[in-house]
Design a protein around this ligand. Structure first.
Ligand code: HEM
Length: 132
């Protein structure tokens, strides 16, 4: 039986394996490799802090993920299908390594944030007046 996500080391593991898959993905990989040329040495700690803040209620991450993705969307339109694929990889990757309450919470929170992010990004792109 797989174990649940219990600590920062577990988060490090799923973040590492998530990006291994994301970089190689045929639909969204190019965003990480070509559009942003993500440096994982600086990016990974941010993402690990992000998930530690979400899952273990500690104040580690401070940043503006919505603004960061709005900026990416200016370079390449983040289509709904891209968010679907991102979530697909995320959920598959969690299920591959973990099982339990925190694992379920991680997938649920990722989905909620993805929905909000997609709406924010699209709203900004279309200059929607209402900031919802
Ligand atoms: C289409 C889907 C997505 C793509 C292609 C994508 C891509 C990226 C890229 C390329 C960066 C690095 C930006 C930079 O450093 O210049 C980034 C940062 C980040 N992403 Fe995403 N992302 C997606 C969805 C999500 C979702 C759904 C979440 C949360 C559940 C998320 C969380 C983050 C966080 C926390 C950062 C770091 C922000 C910071 O610098 O403080 N991303 N993303």
């Amino acid at each position: 039986m797989k174990k649940d996500i219990q600590n920062r080391a577990d988060i490090e593991k799923f973040v590492k394996t998530f990006y291994e898959k994301a970089f190689l993905d045929d639909k969204i990989g190019f965003i990480f490799t070509d559009i942003v040329q993500l440096n994982m040495d600086t990016h990974a700690p941010k993402i690990i802090n992000f998930w530690e803040t979400i899952l273990f209620d500690v104040q580690k991450y401070s940043g503006s993920p919505m603004d960061v993705h709005i900026a990416i969307d200016q370079k390449v339109e983040l289509e709904p299908a891209f968010f679907e694929r991102w979530l697909d990889i995320f959920e598959r990757n969690i299920d591959e390594h973990f099982q339990g309450e925190k694992a379920e919470e991680a997938k649920k929170r990722a989905k909620l944030i993805a929905i909000l992010m997609e709406s924010k990004v699209e709203g900004f792109r279309n200059k929607t007046r209402l900031n919802i």
